[in-house]
Design a protein around this ligand. Structure first.
Ligand code: NAD
Length: 513
């Protein structure tokens, strides 16, 4: 994480006066901490603007605004809240190109990819529009004589979301759509690398009629995150990011008495059996490995080729690599943009050295791409490393870039052992024509999201998203039905309306019979 001591100190970039400020109580609020961070245009490598970093004081101001808004918001009728959710959905849809432009400018993803991200976020807003149905509780009439029992779900209060750089619009929508629709008020702490999309969303929510304080944005680094984790008026924290930070968020947040769901990193395996359609598997590997420059937590990171399928599959993937057009977002033919920062690009590229040094074979080296060598942007071409083994850094680390690895195993049993031994368990996929093998894989594999001939099995919004093992800390997955559970608490009411004059004292234990 980039930490900058004070505005302007030690910087060599061309100066800029553009700033991204916080959004508190329905308006933009300039930072007062004296700390900020640089935001780059990954396609040019140039410093584009600064983002204010919140201190505990600014986080407390956001919590106060959210707390003040909560009583009226939770008391707002479901039909009115649904109306606002519909308006938010429609405004995001209507302004998707403007929102996508923020993603391209700061994350670097090409417009088609940015629009795809927004489309997946919109699904969550659409799901949230059906909240009145989803919030329906249960009712038991005559549990005892003249006694009815019913369950309702109520919001938690002020809840917070801390989000990663790689989906600056979709992951916030995963969280806030359900959180505010269920009656909570929300504080978003987005990634400091691409902060502008959050403020743009805040403006759309305001235009849609969300009352001031229902949705707030505080920008910043660990200082802001720790202030969220420690604030006694925040009831729950949703987090998406890398595993070490997810673990820290879960441990610190739960210790402070909060409800926490913390989604971490991934190493997603794509198992290809010898009977698979090679062309289909190769196309899938290209899309899932290099889409969004490999900066997706559900990206295929490694292909596990079983038996004889390895050589033809690697040849088919290699043959397709020239079709992956790398370029900036303003090039309409570009399919894969730059990486988010120079530091990250260089770390990703380093596996092209450590891989062969540890015995792997580099089939394609993205550093040979002209944009890697000639551009100031953070580009790296599509790269492929074959004969990777579990001991190598290229397998042990989450690379999170356009470096796809291939591992060779002899049997299905060896493949499933490899996948299940991995500390991550986010997504995985099998490519085969054998329904029995696919069903066995679905039964045996230790991962939260499984694709059968589908390389990136991100659940639709009416299911929930979450991994296993070190890919998720907490009990409940993100969005969908489990998201509703996460952002609400159950209350069970036992009620009786006796006729006046029938009351009597009974010191016995309450009975239902
Ligand atoms: P990150 O963990 O560096 O940052 C995520 C958030 O945590 C940011 O808001 C950041 O400001 C904050 N943060 C960073 N360092 C911190 C610290 N020391 N203390 C407190 N807060 C800190 O992750 P990233 O690089 O922005 O995103 C990429 C990672 O996110 C990858 O590991 C990827 O797999 C993961 N990811 C997971 C999912 C999922 O659903 N499981 C989805 C998207 C991304």
């Amino acid at each position: 994480m980039t930490q900058v001591a004070a505005p302007g100190v030690g910087r060599t970039d061309a100066p800029t006066t553009e700033r991204v400020s916080h959004w508190i109580g329905g308006q933009s609020v300039a930072g007062t901490s004296g700390r900020d961070g640089p935001v780059y245009d990954p396609a040019t490598g140039r410093l584009a603007r600064y983002v204010d970093f919140a201190s505990t004081v600014e986080v407390a101001a956001a919590v106060a605004a959210a707390r003040a808004a909560f009583p009226a918001w939770r008391a707002t009728s479901l039909s009115k809240r649904t109306d606002i959710m519909f308006r938010i959905r429609n405004l995001v849809e209507a302004h998707r190109h403007e929102l996508a432009a923020h993603l391209t400018a700061e994350h670097g993803k090409v417009p088609s990819d940015a629009l795809g991200e927004i489309a997946r976020g919109l699904e969550n807003l659409e799901f949230a529009c059906s909240l009145p149905t989803l919030l329906k509780g249960g009712f038991t009439e005559q549990a005892s004589t003249g006694v009815d029992v019913y369950q309702i779900r109520q919001p938690l209060g002020v809840v917070a979301g801390i989000t990663p750089f790689n989906f600056p619009a979709m992951v916030p929508m995963w969280m806030f759509a359900t959180a505010i629709a269920t009656g909570n008020t929300f504080i978003l702490k987005p990634s400091e690398k691409d902060p502008s999309a959050s403020n743009y969303l805040a403006e759309l929510l305001k235009e849609a009629g969300a009352p001031a304080g229902v949705f707030n944005v505080v920008h910043g680094d660990k200082v802001a995150v720790d202030a969220i984790l420690e604030h006694p008026d925040i009831a729950a924290v949703s987090f998406v990011g890398s595993t070490p930070i997810a673990r820290y968020i879960y441990e610190t947040g739960t210790k402070a008495g909060k409800r926490v769901q913390a989604l971490g990193g991934a190493k997603n395996h794509m198992l290809v059996l010898p009977d698979a359609d090679i062309d289909m598997a190769a196309d899938a590997a290209i899309s899932a490995g290099y889409g969004s420059a490999g900066e997706r937590c559900m990206a295929v990171a490694t292909i596990v080729a079983v038996g004889s399928v390895g050589d033809p599959l690697v040849a088919a993937i290699k043959a397709r690599l020239p079709q992956v057009k790398v370029g900036p977002g303003n090039d309409p033919t570009a399919q894969m943009g730059p990486l988010v920062t120079r530091q990250h690009r260089d770390k990703v590229a380093s596996y092209l050295d450590s891989g062969p040094a540890q015995g792997a074979t580099v089939v394609a080296d993205g550093r040979e791409h002209p944009l890697y060598r000639e551009s100031e942007g953070f580009f790296l071409g599509a790269s492929l490393i074959d004969h990777v083994t579990p001991a190598m850094d290229a397998y042990r680390d989450e690379i999170f870039g356009p470096v796809l690895t291939v591992m060779r195993v002899e049997t299905y049993e060896a493949a499933i052992k490899l996948i299940n031994d991995n500390p991550y368990g986010n997504g995985t996929a099998i490519f085969t024509r054998d329904g029995g093998a696919a069903r066995r894989f679905q039964f045996e594999v230790n991962a939260g999201m499984v694709g059968i001939n589908v390389p990136i099995p991100v659940p639709v919004a009416y299911y929930s998203f979450g991994g296993w093992k070190s890919s998720l800390f907490g009990d409940l997955h993100m969005y969908g039905p489990e998201g509703i559970q996460f952002y609400t608490q159950a209350k069970v009411v036992t009620a009786r309306w006796p006729d006046p004059g029938t009351s009597k004292i009974d010191l016995g234990f309450p009975r239902t019979r």
